[in-house]
Ligand binder design. Structure first.
Ligand code: SF4
Length: 389
């Protein structure tokens, strides 16, 4: 059956206020994700596609493959996101080579992830020279004793230096990646993290709970009885503190785990994922979506270097509909029922009548065409979205 939904035609309307006049710009959005799988050390909780490089040559071979793969693409991208792994562990020459690959692009949002210990002022200047305009810093926590069991390598001094230096060179759109429910983390530890977050006053925060994944060191410790994850009540208590405090610091929660000082700092690239918009992806372990097919690359870096082929999976209408609803409810703005009907010719309130009981219980709200999660519902969102599966 041919897909009826043309997700490539979905557009984003952005409002710009110029001298009080509202200019509505129509932007057709497409993103590019670039994966750099190399890390100096492996974090105990990490199940991303990553590895310690065998040697410098391996990194160069990888970058050359990445360039060749990029050259097969013919799109203009409004967002580019270079993630990892640890993109900032590339040396200066490798970083220049990487960013030069995309020099023909003029994205609205151009993000690179860094780990604080491998950031230098020279690397910051290279970001600037290649028009990177957003940096996401992997912090996780400011309690240095909690970083050790995670096998993270940086200190707070590294984080503060990166923020100060990036700001000085004019890259002010900074996001911090933070985690909660860490091994041995107390409520006081979380409050101490939040007090520092308040002072740093960056534009964007991602705050994820630690998830115990198989094939991680933490999981092996758990199996041996050497690590016990927090119970869900404590995790909910921490999450509640995060939401409450960040709100009082002037952040607006626009997605379950994401907070921004203003709408212009929302992650446009992540918005593509959550809104089922198309994005390409290059690099080992990366996933792309073209509106009809999802595709993936091997996690094996050596195999990727040998042959960067993709495996494609066709997405039927119903699968896309389910994804649209699941990702849509993660956004605090929720899902427009009219837009859902326009795209999929379906009404989720008819298809999934259980949604009404969530509305009655106060977990969901249905107002002016928008179905959205309530403050109370944020804590049970995983259970709510199970109705779509
Ligand atoms: S969490 Fe990031 S830095 Fe740590 S091993 Fe995974 S990809 Fe590397």
């Amino acid at each position: 059956m041919l897909l009826k939904v043309n997700l490539k035609k979905i557009i984003i309307l952005r409002r710009y206020y110029v001298n009080r006049a509202i200019i509505i710009m129509v932007i057709i959005i497409r993103g590019l994700y670039v994966h750099i799988p190399f890390c100096e050390k492996i974090c105990s909780y990490c199940d991303f596609c990553k590895r310690v490089p065998k040697n410098e040559q391996m990194i160069w071979d990888y970058l050359k493959t990445l360039k060749a793969e990029y050259e097969t693409l013919k799109e203009r991208y409004q967002t580019i996101y270079i993630g990892g792994g640890t993109p900032s562990m590339l040396n200066v020459e490798q970083l220049k080579y990487l960013l030069a690959i995309f020099k023909d692009q003029k994205p609205l949002e151009y993000t690179i992830e860094i780990n604080p210990e491998s950031y230098t002022d020279q690397k910051g200047l290279i970001f600037k020279a290649y028009r990177v305009n957003r940096v996401s810093i992997g912090v996780q926590t400011f309690q240095e004793r909690l970083l050790k069991p995670l096998n993270r390598q940086h200190t707070n001094k590294d984080v503060f230096f990166a923020i100060k230096n990036l700001t000085e060179i004019g890259i002010t759109n900074i996001s911090l990646d933070l985690m909660f429910s860490l091994p041995n983390q107390s409520l006081a530890d979380l409050k101490a993290d939040l007090a520092i977050v308040k002072k740093l006053n960056v534009k964007h925060l991602s705050y994820y709970s630690l998830i115990l994944e198989e094939k991680t060191l933490l999981y092996q410790l758990y199996k041996k009885g050497l690590y016990k994850p927090n119970d869900s009540d404590f995790e909910a208590l921490l999450y509640e503190q995060i939401i409450k405090n960040l709100k009082s610091f002037g952040y607006k929660q626009y997605e379950v785990s994401n907070f921004a000082k203003a709408p212009r700092y929302h992650s446009l690239h992540n918005l593509l994922y959550w809104s089922l918009l198309p994005y390409d992806a290059i690099g080992a372990g990366s996933f792309g979506f073209d509106g009809k097919y999802r595709y993936s690359h091997t996690n094996n870096v050596t195999k990727y270097i040998e042959e960067p082929k993709v495996t494609k999976t066709y997405q039927d209408d119903y699968t896309l509909y389910q994804d649209f609803l699941i990702f849509g409810l993660r956004k605090t703005a929720g899902i427009s029922i009219l837009e859902t009907k326009r795209l999929f010719k379906r009404n989720p309130l008819n298809d999934f009548p259980t949604l009404y009981s969530f509305i009655d219980q106060g977990f969901l709200k249905y107002e002016n065409d928008w179905l959205k999660v309530s403050q109370k519902g944020l804590f049970v969102l995983n259970q709510i979205v199970e109705v779509f599966i």
